[in-house]
Design a protein around this ligand. Structure first.
Ligand code: GLU
Length: 421
């Protein structure tokens, strides 16, 4: 089979936000299509008219767009193929493969024998027919049921690879039987391993962000999310964890997808996201943070915080004091700006006031000089300054922070701190 004939599809049911498991399914389909020169179809399984609201469909489109996962065909509406599904049901009845029972239509499943699902991840999975009853393919009002619609849609779209969550494995023999009854060969299937939280339980909201939208709002960036999701069940070798999207497209194969459940650990995603943020040119990071926070003029502060943040959301709490003044943290004040702290702070003020060049190197020399003359460890002097200018004990580098604030603002803040009771 020439590689370019690969056709796969992402076929979500619009039930709400796009969950992490669904995002991984979309990603794997996309990587396979992009890496093989094949094509990916987006099919919206919207036959449940009540849940398939425009809002729910938009959640899926929005999540894919944010993840920068594109598709070659679609979004195709499954519900729109209803006449075709009904025609297939008629065909199955006419050929004797299906029959009506109490108005509904059922597919005949032989009492003996087996249906083998060839799964590219699990190998052959055998389903004994004695365990599968004749199953309903159309309700008594004639409306087609899920397994029928999926089988027909995959057939009509020329889908060669069905990649979806393991929870669908039990549906697969039924879809295979429908296709065979119509005289067609089934596509290649690949059922992706379940996702667990770090506690080994099935992934859910209590493990942190559960949807793509929540990841976005928590300040993760798409490239890091793609990288992390790609590793939830797939690996290239035991070593490499950081992959560009081009590498993922080139290296991803179904054969390397694991059978066993993968663990979604938001801490690891945070770590990976931090790596991506640090690697970024500061202008690019600034643009992302400015659009995330809705503020402008953040560049110099972003440069100071870049090393310390893991998500876009980490920035503002760390840098707000530059713009909005020191926050009022009474605990930090009582601890570091007591009588002794204020004596050290006053010494620091005097040294800073003498500086002509208020750059971080000169500031550092001056403040280290204060430590030496007072015979104190650096933090004994630096923490009171930190609390004076930021209000808290956590800030970017103290010398750089002072430089960014400038001499006047720095000295004002220190003065105010000295004057507070
Ligand atoms: N609509 C199904 C879901 O959202 C997926 C069906 C399929 O991929 O075959 O779980």
């Amino acid at each position: 089979m020439p590689e370019s004939t690969l056709i796969d599809r992402f076929a979500p049911s619009p039930t709400g936000l796009l969950h992490i498991g669904g995002a991984r399914t979309a990603l794997y389909n996309w990587l396979l299509a992009r890496g093989s020169g094949g094509k990916m179809i987006l099919r919206i399984e919207d036959t449940d008219r009540e849940r398939s609201t425009k809002e729910n469909v938009d959640f899926i489109l929005e999540a894919l767009e944010w993840l920068e996962i594109d598709y070659d065909e679609g979004p195709i509406s499954q519900a729109a193929a209803d006449p075709r599904h009904r025609a297939a049901i008629e065909e199955l009845k006419a050929s004797g493969h299906a029959y009506e029972f109490e108005g509904a239509t059922r597919l005949k499943v032989p009492d003996e024998g087996e249906t083998i699902v060839h799964d590219a991840i699990r190998g052959d999975v055998t389903f004994q027919h004695e365990n599968i009853d004749d199953f309903t393919i159309a309700r008594s009002d004639g409306s087609p049921l899920y397994n029928l619609a999926v089988a027909i849609d995959d057939l009509d779209a020329g889908v060669t690879h069905v990649i979806r969550g393991e929870d669908h494995l039990s549906n697969t023999p039924r879809q295979v039987m429908i296709l065979k009854a119509l005289g067609h060969e089934p596509p290649i299937y690949a059922h992706l391993p379940l996702l667990h939280g770090p506690d080994g339980k099935k992934l859910s909201k209590r493990h942190g962000a559960a949807s793509v939208q929540e990841l976005r709002d928590a300040g993760y960036i798409p490239a890091a999310v793609r990288n992390y999701l790609a590793l939830l069940g797939w690996g290239y070798d035991d070593k490499q964890t950081i992959f560009t999207t081009e590498e993922l497209q080139k290296l991803f194969t179904i054969e390397r997808v694991s059978k066993s459940a993968a663990v979604f650990d938001e801490k690891k995603l945070q770590w990976m996201n931090g790596l991506y943020l640090r690697e970024m040119p500061v202008e690019e990071l600034t643009a992302l943070i400015e659009s995330f926070t809705g503020r402008t003029g953040l560049g110099p502060a972003v440069a100071l915080c870049q090393e310390k943040i893991s998500t876009l959301a980490d920035f503002w709490p760390m840098a707000a004091f530059f713009f909005d003044g020191p926050i009022d943290d009474e605990k930090a004040r009582t601890k570091f700006l007591d009588e002794e702290g204020k004596i050290r702070l006053a010494a620091a003020r005097d040294a800073l006031a003498d500086l002509e060049n208020f750059d971080s190197a000169s500031i550092e020399t001056a403040l280290r000089g204060v430590c030496e003359s007072l015979e104190l460890k650096p933090n004994k002097v630096f923490q009171p300054i930190r609390v004076a200018i930021s209000g808290t004990t956590i800030s970017p580098g103290i010398f750089e922070s002072l430089e960014l604030l400038g001499k006047e603002d720095s000295l004002n803040r220190i003065e105010q701190a000295l004057n507070k009771p």
